[in-house]
Design a protein around this ligand. Structure first.
Ligand code: NDP
Length: 235
């Protein structure tokens, strides 16, 4: 696929798996990261991708990244953080950090990507939500709120940008084996597996393959959808 893809938060986990797969498929891959420079550099050496350090919460850093990398055909808004705790204990700083990273970050990147996509009358925007944005998770109210917000943004933009040939979709994974879930105990992981009809938690590659499908010809007639690779955990 002869396209330029920018993946936010691609130094690790799902973003890194997507960077590997899109590079293997012949894309020009731009890996965005915030803190994990060594991981991003290693991945760039492995895949031939470009890397850009930018905190997606910061408009000027995002604009500088998009100006430096030129037109982006496929944007994957993947950067994310998790926060576990009682809603009563959630601080204002934690609330804003969650919404700024997930929602404002996507808003910044989409606005920066649009001029090129509108000019081309073609583009793919893939927002990484979560099953918790669909069903809500106890003790993850800020995360669930932000991920549900991405679903709303996806649906609205699919309507607004469809006439410009731009497809906007959400991928809402179930439990995936990445650093984000490293805090889960063996017992919790085992019970999550047990509750999953397919009997396993997902891998970053499971999500990456779906992203590639939606970014390619498979996604030609798909927009405004929420597709959830989750092993049947949420049906
Ligand atoms: P990881 O914690 O493994 O990776 C998170 C990535 O986001 C890192 O590359 C990190 O970069 C980046 N990031 C965080 N904040 C920022 C920021 N402000 N600006 C730029 N990059 C940032 O998470 P996963 O790979 O598991 O998650 C990827 C996405 O998938 C997230 O949106 C997550 O919510 C979502 N998701 C994950 C699930 C799971 O079970 N793992 C399930 C459902 C959804 P750096 O290290 O450089 O700071």
């Amino acid at each position: 696929m002869n396209k330029t893809v920018l993946i936010t938060g691609a130094s690790r986990g799902i973003g890194a798996a997507a960077a590997r797969l899109f590079a293997k498929e012949g894309c020009h891959v731009i890996i965005n990261y915030r803190k994990s420079k060594a991981e991003a550099e290693k991945l760039a050496a492995e895949t031939g991708a470009e890397i850009f350090c930018a905190d997606v919460r910061d408009r000027s850093q995002v604009d500088a990244m998009f100006s430096a990398c030129g037109g982006v055909d496929i944007l994957i808004n993947n950067a994310g953080i998790s926060r576990f705790g009682l809603f009563s204990d959630l601080t204002s700083a934690e609330w804003h950090e969650m919404l700024d990273t997930t929602l404002t970050g996507a808003y910044h990147c989409i606005q920066a990507a649009l001029p090129h996509m509108i000019h081309q009358k073609d583009g793919r925007i893939l927002n990484i939500s979560s099953i918790w944005g669909i069903t809500g998770a106890s003790c993850e109210a800020a995360y669930s709120t932000a991920k549900a917000g991405l679903i709303g943004m996806t649906r609205a933009l699919a309507k607004e940008l469809g006439p410009s040939g731009i497809r906007v979709n959400c991928v809402a994974p179930g439990v995936i084996d990445t650093d984000m879930n490293a805090h889960l105990t063996k017992e919790t992981l085992a019970s999550l597996q047990e509750e999953t009809p397919l009997g396993t938690i997902g891998t970053p590659e499971d999500v990456a393959r779906l992203l590639l499908f939606l970014a390619g010809r498979g996604g030609d007639f798909i927009t405004g959808q929420v597709i959830s690779p989750n092993g049947g955990f949420v049906i």
